[in-house]
Design a protein around this ligand. Structure first.
Ligand code: GLY
Length: 394
């Protein structure tokens, strides 16, 4: 009888473990980790909203002070975006209201004075608003956002222009792969093939010119706007022109995974798989890269790069054609999320300017946002967690 009881207990335990996966560092399953992270996110983000001026969006927390940005800042979509992700998980109407309020702060962005980052800004805010609610009132701004980005496209170069800084002739940064999602979404939503053509051309040009033979990426490629020829391959935020700036690698991995999802074009999947193999081989045991893969051992980690990669690996694990690679992607995404949800990286309630993740690196060569929270780190961390528990926007 005793043995029978023990057997029943063992079977129940092994079924429970098989269903919920291995325990994480803090002693929970990924599902329990998700509950813990979203419980914290509710507390932190409600407090963040409370202290915010009507025309500001939280960006970071430096030297004990909140850094709130105007809505024109490239990060402005991430705070409303995170609020939509919290709403997605909790279905709490209070978060819907907070997300709506902070999304609407960005409504004037498409009227002029926008940058290449209009894709990040509008897709994370208005894009998620539409995905969360299905309310067509969000659609016109998504269309306008796509038109704004497409207006920065040059058919000679075959890419949308990044910065307008005269230091470069026609700079295109790897980060811009992320902006393409507004174009692919708008193409689908409004049946406009031109948006898709611009997105695919940009992705093809970037695939041809940004990547080294080992599938690490340069940060900036500068083009001659008259001929489309490559003038220079450089860094701006990395250690050196030929180093692998961690967040740039993360944008590339996420960008090509997203482009495969959006287009079904296998060339983008192959690119994402190749980038993934390189990153998987170079990541440290806990999954969080140094701010630049070529920075010296012991140098600062960048939690934002770890979070972006975790989200991308979680998605790529569903598409990778070789099981061994798919398994490595999933296992790495889980390891990264567990590390980020440990006491080393995750804030206590009320700490860290109410952001979730500590230890991000914004712009090391400029000595700005060094070892601080970053709003995009939080956004992609929440997205990664949602993906790992299959609660993301499909
Ligand atoms: N897109 C700017 C950055 O990653 O810092």
């Amino acid at each position: 009888m005793k043995f029978l009881k023990f057997l029943t207990f063992a079977v129940v335990l092994s079924v429970a473990t098989a269903c919920s996966g291995p325990r994480d560092k803090e002693g929970g399953t990924i599902q329990e980790l998700a509950d813990r992270v979203f419980d914290l996110a509710q507390v932190q983000y409600k407090a963040m909203d409370k202290r915010l001026a009507d025309d500001r969006i939280p960006k970071s927390f430096v030297d004990g002070k909140a850094v709130d940005a105007p809505v024109g800042d490239w990060v402005s979509g991430f705070f409303p975006g995170s609020l939509w992700l919290i709403y997605k998980y909790t279905e709490d109407p209070e978060f819907k209201a907070l997300a709506e309020k902070n999304t609407l702060k960005l409504a004037g962005l498409t009227d002029g004075g926008f940058s290449h980052d209009i894709g990040f800004q509008i897709n994370c805010s208005f894009g998620n608003a539409y995905r969360a609610t299905g309310d067509e009132a969000w659609l016109p701004t998504i269309r306008k956002g796509a038109e704004c980005l497409a207006s920065r496209f040059s058919p000679v170069v075959g890419a949308t222009r990044s910065w307008d800084n005269p230091k470069w002739k026609y700079p295109v940064i790897i980060d811009n792969m992320m902006n393409l999602e507004i174009l692919t979404s708008a193409s689908r939503l409004f049946g406009d093939k031109e948006f898709l053509k611009v997105a695919k051309t940009h992705a093809n040009t970037t695939k041809a010119n940004h990547f080294r033979p080992d599938y690490t990426t340069w940060h900036v490629v500068d083009y001659d706007p008259q001929t489309g020829e490559v003038i220079a391959k450089q860094t701006h935020q990395g250690l050196s022109d030929d180093s692998a700036w961690a967040r740039g690698q993360a944008w590339g991995l996420y960008g090509y995974t997203m482009m495969y999802r959006e287009t079904g074009d296998k060339a983008y999947l192959t690119q994402a798989e190749n980038i993934a193999r390189t990153l998987l081989d170079r990541l440290p045991e806990d999954g969080i890269p140094r701010w630049d893969f070529d920075a010296p051992e012991g140098d600062l980690r960048d939690s934002s790069a770890g979070a972006i990669m975790a989200s991308a690996f979680a998605e790529l694990s569903k598409y990778a054609r070789k099981k061994a690679l798919a398994d490595r992607c999933l296992e790495t995404a889980k390891r990264q999320v567990r590390t980020l949800a440990s006491a080393e990286y995750l804030a206590e309630p009320g700490e860290n300017g109410n952001f979730l993740l500590k230890h991000g690196v914004g712009h090391r060569p400029n000595n700005s946002e060094i070892d601080t929270p970053l709003s995009y780190g939080d956004y992609y961390f929440l997205e990664a967690v949602l993906r790992l528990v299959n609660r993301d926007f499909k």
